[in-house]
Design a protein. Structure first.
Length: 678
């Protein structure tokens, strides 16, 4: 009976439908809305959403803007027509988009939507938006766990919801485990202080800190962190002082947990059935903290991991690997453990040639965690993530999805192993093409250029990305032929855009070996410019920092001649090589491109932020235009704009696309984003 649809009624929770094609975003929304007490159903596109709405009532619809088959705008158009035709009350609709540019919200409202929210979605903003859209105030459960814990609080048990979900029976078990461990921690620390055993004190304080974080005992964690830091060099009277604070805080925590943590059987929620969104069946956990092992085990089991193997030491983990290595899909390993630490354990994995996905865990400084990750990657270990403790449920769920991708990439790469002969055959058959990724002005949002990115359209394996064939070409003269193909096709496309009235620049990557050995490169480029009637100022040549700096004397001749002929030179992947201020001054670069590895983490990591900030300041001092690549979120955009970056490139703007799709994309982009007041 269609007349009954969309009538929410008086409910404790809302029935929410999410139309979203990205599985990670699906997972995040599902977790956030579940924490608030809402019921959520998920579909993959607008067509599925419309079908669901016609057969079942919902209180609220969240829809992505861009989806396959039917996007958000078309969905709302069809929905409003259906409602009007059947005399139904309009279903509240909220648009969700990563493209949160000025004007997008107005466009959504004009299309018949009720509100707009940008990805990634903050849970507090989401909760307030639901209240506003639904037009009634209600208490929203579970949103405080994302707020910073007040210094006055003894323990914030809502942290447990973030870590393991809403199963209060499991919360109680974790708290009981913590209380059982508490006397042992105090005894061990007391013994270390009295016997002046600094090394053991440092290790126990670190472990105690980790357990305290799990139950949201921020003060207790902070005291242990201070003990850990001071253990090796502080005066003993200082350590005694912290020891007394620790005992007093433990008393408060114990009293709070025993008196305030009440979980009547009637309040215990049944674990919600979860869709299995990954193919990870077995995980090896390596951590000396039994409470952390309990929490991780519980969450992974709830996320439908079939086998969770727990090891309280690196030695025990190696024993498990001896028996189960072929069946281990993922290893989660803590860095700081007694006897055999995480780094030593990783060395054993290198010796074993373990190629499965690995995630590192640590309560240490994030820079140490990232350094350990880079060290492992250098040794060819497949490290897919580095997570700070305590690890949230959403982080673990995303890790399982990343593990899927990592394993698929390994299988794909193994299957599609090519030879130089395959590459030359691809040249002969004209299988190599060029895709273009837009670069826009950060202030005006106007398209100013594109980067040319080579792709291999293989008859059997379809679209092959450069990392599977570029190394092959660099080992032979094939790189020069590939460079010639990219130059010719890129400049030919630039001429077509010019003829169509689109005045932009094209950036083309030039390999270091090409610079050193192809001394006639300036003349080759000049011939192409004459053939296609182009200005050299419309061509940006991107040279990787590490490549040119390795043998600058051989490259400098070609670089200077290119600059004299009017080409713009860009230093690519800046910050990943080993350039010096003197070298940057000597080479006539006009553009500096900040590597995506720093851009991606600048909003979350202070070290990456400092590198991005310093790179921008350096580039400006040298009168260079600054480009940031790998921009994927509104937060990335806002930060780079604040720091003074000039140009933006990344999935937040657009993915790489064939040349003929640039102008249609541009029309859509300008409609939404370009400010013509500049």
């Amino acid at each position: 009976d269609v007349s009954s649809l969309h009538l929410p009624g008086e409910k404790i929770s809302y029935s929410v439908l999410l139309a979203e094609d990205n599985i990670v975003n699906q997972l995040v929304f599902e977790e956030q809305l579940s924490l608030m007490g809402h019921k959520i159903e998920i579909v993959n596109n607008g067509a599925e959403a419309l079908s669901a709405i016609k057969t079942k009532p919902y209180d609220l619809l969240f829809t992505d803007i861009h989806m396959p088959e039917m996007g958000g705008y078309e969905l709302v158009k069809e929905l409003r027509y259906f409602e009007e035709k059947n005399g139904l009350k309009p279903l509240p609709v909220v648009a969700v988009s990563a493209n949160a540019m000025e004007g997008e919200k107005n466009r959504c409202l004009e299309a018949g939507m009720n509100d707009y929210i940008s990805k990634p979605v903050d849970i507090d903003i989401l909760a307030k938006l639901i209240v506003n859209v639904m037009g009634r105030e209600r208490h929203v459960e579970g949103i405080q766990n994302h707020k910073e814990i007040s210094s006055e609080q003894v323990a914030d048990l809502s942290v447990l919801e973030t870590l393991v979900g809403k199963d209060t029976k499991l919360h109680k078990k974790i708290v009981e485990d913590f209380l059982q461990q508490l006397p042992g921690y105090l005894y061990d620390i007391d013994s270390c202080v009295n016997n002046k055993n600094r090394e053991s004190l440092k290790e126990i304080a670190h472990k105690f800190k980790s357990s305290a974080k799990v139950i949201g005992a921020k003060q207790l964690a902070d005291i242990n962190a201070s003990l850990e830091t001071l253990a090796l060099d502080a005066e003993w009277h200082e350590l005694h002082s912290f020891h007394k604070k620790l005992i007093e805080n433990c008393r408060l925590v114990k009293e709070f947990l025993n008196s305030d943590f009440i979980t009547p059987e009637s309040e215990v929620s049944k674990p919600k059935a979860k869709r299995k969104t990954h193919s990870v069946d077995s995980v090896l956990l390596v951590d000396d903290d039994t409470l952390v092992l309990t929490v991780l085990d519980s969450v992974l089991t709830d996320l439908k991991v079939q086998h969770v193997y727990k090891a309280a030491s690196g030695k025990k983990a190696l024993e498990i690997l001896d028996e189960k290595e072929d069946n281990i899909d993922l290893i989660l390993c803590d860095l700081k453990m007694p006897e055999m630490d995480g780094i030593e354990f990783l060395r054993h994995l290198v010796t074993r040639k373990f190629n499965g996905p690995i995630a590192l865990l640590s309560g240490e400084d994030k820079r140490i965690l990232n350094t350990a990750k880079e060290l492992a990657i250098v040794h060819d270990l497949n490290v897919i993530s580095a997570l700070e403790k305590p690890v949230s449920r959403i982080s673990l769920a995303k890790l399982l999805l990343d593990c899927n991708s990592s394993r698929n990439e390994i299988r794909s790469y193994t299957r599609n192993t090519f030879t130089t002969d395959d590459v030359y055959l691809g040249f002969k058959r004209d299988e190599f093409c060029v895709y273009f990724q837009p670069k826009v002005d950060i202030k005006t949002c106007k398209l100013v250029g594109v980067e040319a990115l080579v792709r291999w359209l293989h008859p059997q394996y379809k679209l092959i990305k450069p990392d599977q064939f570029i190394p092959l070409t660099e080992e032979s003269d094939a790189i020069n032929e590939l460079t010639d193909i990219v130059l010719r096709k890129s400049l030919q496309q630039l001429a077509k855009w010019k003829k169509a009235g689109l005045d932009i620049k094209v950036s083309i990557n030039i390999a270091a070996d090409t610079l050193k050995h192809k001394i006639d490169l300036p003349e080759i480029l000049e011939k192409y410019l004459q053939k296609f009637d182009l200005d050299p100022k419309s061509v940006v040549l991107e040279i990787t920092e590490s490549g040119v700096m390795r043998d600058m004397s051989k490259s400098l001749d070609t670089l200077v001649r290119l600059r004299l002929k009017g080409f713009v030179l860009s230093i690519d992947d800046f910050g990943t090589g080993y350039s010096t201020l003197k070298q940057l001054q000597e080479i006539p670069f006009g553009e500096l491109k900040i590597d995506r590895v720093f851009v991606d983490s600048a909003t979350k990591d202070s070290a990456s932020y400092a590198i991005v900030e310093a790179s921008i300041l350096l580039g400006k001092k040298l009168n260079m235009s600054i480009v940031a690549e790998g921009v994927e979120t509104k937060e990335d955009w806002d930060l780079l704009e604040k720091l003074g970056c000039n140009l933006i490139q990344g999935y937040y703007v657009a993915k790489p696309m064939p040349g003929e799709k640039i102008i249609p994309w541009l029309k859509t982009w300008e409609t939404k984003n370009v400010d013509y007041s500049y």
